[in-house]
Design a protein around this ligand. Structure first.
Ligand SMILES: [Mg+2]
Length: 364
């Protein structure tokens, strides 16, 4: 029997800011791009729970968040606090948390700056695993004055979905026998990998919940969504046998930038691309990684149409120059007919690295 835990820090960036600036406590905090009095063009990175009560959430355009905060303020609610992200601070906190967490299990995988999987199978029972999770939560609270939510399940998929059910400060346990009753009533959006696109396709077939999706056969899902459909067939049944991985981590590090004005000037775009690459590469090092094997470039056109292009390298690259080179190769086709036949102006570009190589021998 496998017992897997997924730990996810609660509104991590906002919680760190709140901890370090007591006067912000209880205020709605929004971390992200400069809202510029509603004219800002970036997005929300993290919203504190107070800000979420205003309807603000991560990845929302910052201008929309501004409107919501204004509406709340006019209704007599506390004024929002707008902060730019301080990744250095967050990764230092993350490093300490991960060092604490990894001591509780032999098999550990850091999945992002504030998420990790642990294999607690050696504990032998869910009862023992729950005790370990309570200890981890207590230790993080004591050492860092931050809360996290943990999901416990028979695999990574269930653990991940479970950790999100009782936020903040939750501990959600789903044993093998209850997987089906746990998943069935949930929206299909909880299945990792289902984004707005897949959701729309499924909704058109009147599929809203995981339960609804069970009526589709493997063949139907394959025809509908291709290879990912077959994966989905297994996921809605709570099946997942992916291992806790240690080497190349599932984590990715990326940054994107929305321009103050849409542009199609290659020299401007390449200059911004280079800055993004340098920031990403710096964060890679700060997060304890030394190499990457995949580079992803995102381009959003003026009409919000968004394209991702990626390159996977045969061996890990370890220099910023390599990142800049690969990213430039991916973006160049957007300057001409190959990827941009309509000569559309570009609103945003992003750079992300994946399949990361952790620094060996360094304890973090
Ligand atoms: Mg989190």
């Amino acid at each position: 029997m496998r017992i897997i835990a997924h730990l996810d820090m609660d509104a991590f960036f906002a919680a760190v800011e709140e901890r370090e600036r007591p006067r912000l406590r209880g205020r709605p905090i929004i971390i992200g791009a400069d809202p510029e009095e509603g004219q800002g063009r970036g997005v929300v990175s993290t919203a504190s729970y107070k800000a979420r009560a205003y309807g603000i959430h991560s990845a929302m355009p910052i201008s929309k968040a501004w409107q919501l905060a204004e509406t709340a303020r006019r209704a007599g609610q506390p004024e929002a606090v707008w902060l730019e992200p301080d990744f250095k601070k967050y990764s230092a906190t993350s490093d300490r948390i991960m060092a604490t967490v990894r001591q509780h299990a032999q098999e550990f995988e850091q999945a992002s700056i504030d998420e990790a999987y642990l294999d607690l199978s050696p504990a032998g029972s869910f009862k023992k695993a729950i005790e370990i999770c309570r200890d981890i939560k207590k230790e993080i609270k004591r050492k860092e004055k931050l809360t996290c939510s943990i999901g416990l399940g028979p695999n990574k998929l269930i653990a991940k979905i479970a950790s999100d059910r009782e936020k903040p400060d939750g501990l959600t346990v789903v044993e093998s026998e209850t997987v089906e009753s746990f998943l069935s009533p949930l929206s299909i959006r909880v299945i990792p990998g289902i984004g707005p696109k897949t959701e729309k396709i499924l909704n058109q077939l009147r599929i809203q919940t995981v339960q609804d999706a069970l009526c589709l056969t493997e063949k139907e899902l394959d025809e509908l969504l291709g290879k990912w459909g077959i994966e989905l067939y297994r996921k809605v049944r709570g099946q997942d046998d992916s291992p806790i991985s240690h080497g190349e981590e599932a984590k990715s590090i990326g940054e994107q930038e929305t321009f103050p004005k849409d542009t199609r000037d290659p020299s401007v775009l390449l200059e911004h691309l280079q800055t993004l690459c340098r920031n990403v590469f710096r964060r890679l090092g700060q997060d304890g990684f030394e190499g990457f094997r995949r580079v992803v470039v995102t381009v959003r056109f003026a009409g919000f149409d968004t394209k991702n292009r990626s390159a996977t390298l045969p061996v890990p690259a370890r220099t910023c120059e390599a990142l800049e080179f690969e990213a430039a190769k991916l973006i160049l086709p957007f300057f001409d007919r190959r990827e941009n036949p309509g000569r559309k102006a570009i609103r945003l570009i992003g750079v992300r690295v994946e399949l990361l190589d952790r620094l060996v021998g360094e304890f973090r």
